[in-house]
Design a protein around this ligand. Sequence first.
Ligand SMILES: Cc1ncc(COP(=O)(O)O)c(C=O)c1O
Ligand SMILES: N[C@@H](CCCC[NH3+])C(=O)O
Length: 430
Amino acid sequence: MTNPSNFHFAGCDTVELAKQFGTPLYVVSEDIINVKCQQIRELFLNKYPNTKVAYASKAFLTLAMCKIIDREGLGLDVVSGGELYTAINADFPMEKVMFHGNNKSYEELVLAVDNNVGRIIVDNFFELDMLASIAKDRDKIVSILFRVAPGIGGKTHEYISTGQTDSKFGICLEGNMVQMAVKQAVASPNIDLKGFHFHVGSQLFDIHGYLSSIQVVLRIMRELKSTLGFVAEELNIGGGFGINYTDGDEETKPLSFFVDPIMANIKTGCEIVGIDMPTIIIEPGRWVVGEAGITLYTVGAIKEIPEVRTYASIDGGFPDNPRPALYKSKYHGILANKADKVADKTVTIAGKCCETGDILIWDLQVPQIESGDTLAVLKTGAYNYSMASNYNRLPRPAVVLLSGGKPQVIVERECYQDLIAREIIPSSLR
Ligand SMILES: Cc1ncc(COP(=O)(O)O)c(C=O)c1O
Ligand SMILES: N[C@@H](CCCC[NH3+])C(=O)O
C-alpha cells in the first residue's frame, strides 16, 4: 500500500520499495535517463550535424543500462575489459564503442580488436606499439584517436581533474610528443588515426576549460595539417558536465549550456585556423545518470552526544558510496517515511563501516529521527554502484530499475556466499 505522505521517486513510494527489496537499495529511474537522452538528441545530435555521443559507462553500467543506452541511440565509452565485456554481453553495437584507459592490457586490447570496437582511444606510445602489433597479427586495421592532455585542468576536486599537463592521462603537448605519435600512427599500416580526444575533468560547471582546450587542440590540428599533411576527422571533447547535488551547488545546467558555446567555439576556431570542422563527440556520464538514482537505507543506532552532535547510523555507507570519503562530496537526504514532517533536527548520517571517515552526510536537517526510519539519499545514480566495494565484507546492494512506476531488479543483492565464492583454503590449512 503506498502512502502519499511518504517520499515518492519516479512514481514509486520509496518506503514500499525499501520493504519489498530490502536496504541498502540502489534505485534508478529509467524515465529520468530517457529524458536526459532525449535532451541529448534534441539539443546536440539533432541540432548539430556530424556529432556523436558516447555515454561514459564508468558512471553506471549494467547489462540493462547498455540496453537503454543503445535503444536511446547513444554510443558507449568503456575504460576496461570488464566494461567492454558487459557491453559485448548486452549485444551493444561494437562500432559505437569507444575504448579508453591509460593502461590497457594486452588482453583488453585483444578483446577490443577481436570484437571490432569502433574507436580505441590510444593514451600513450606503449599502447600504440602494442595495438599496432595486435592489429598486424590479425591483419586488421584499427581506428584510433589519440588522447592528448591539453595542459588545462578543470575547476573541480583535484582527484577528478584530468586535462592538466601533470596528469597520468594522455599524451602531453611538451617535446613534440603529439607530432611523434601522429607520425608513428600514420606510418603504421594497421592503424587508422581518425583524430584526437581530450577530457578536462569531471563535475564541471565552468565552460572555459573546454573552450581553452579546444583552442589548443585546434591549433595542433592545424600544425599537423601543414607539417605532416595529416587531417583529423574527429575531435572527442570528453565529458564532465556537472550536476547539482545539494543547495550549495550550482543548478544542473541544460545540455545547451555546455554544447552551444563548445560548438560555436569549434566552428569559429576551425575557420580561424583554416581546417574543416571535424566530427564532434561528447562523453557525458554523470549528467546522464547522476540525478536518475537514489539510495535507500534503514536507520539503525542513534547516538546523541550531548552538546556535540547526534549520529544516526545507516545499514550502508562507504562501500556503496565512497564519494564523501574520497572527494568530500556532499549529498542531500530525506527521511522517506516522514517526508511530510518538518525537518527541524540536525543529525549526522554515519555509515556502518569500521572507518571514522565513513560519514555519508554531515549535519542533515531531518524530522525527529528514529531507528527503523527509511533514509533516501538523493542523486546517487553516478559513481555509486559503479564504485561500490565489499569493504568490511558488506555484500553489495541490489539495483532496482523503475520504469513507468514499475520496479524491476536489474542487479540482485549480493549475499554472504558471494563473498567467499571464489576463495580457496590451501590444503596446508585444512
Ligand atoms: C575519458 C572520459 N570521458 C568521459 C568521462 C565522463 O565524465 P563525467 O561522468 O564527468 O561526465 C570521464 C570521466 O571523467 C573520462 O575520463
Ligand atoms: N569517480 C569520480 C568521477 C571520475 C570521472 C572519471 N574520469 C566521481 O565520483 O566523481
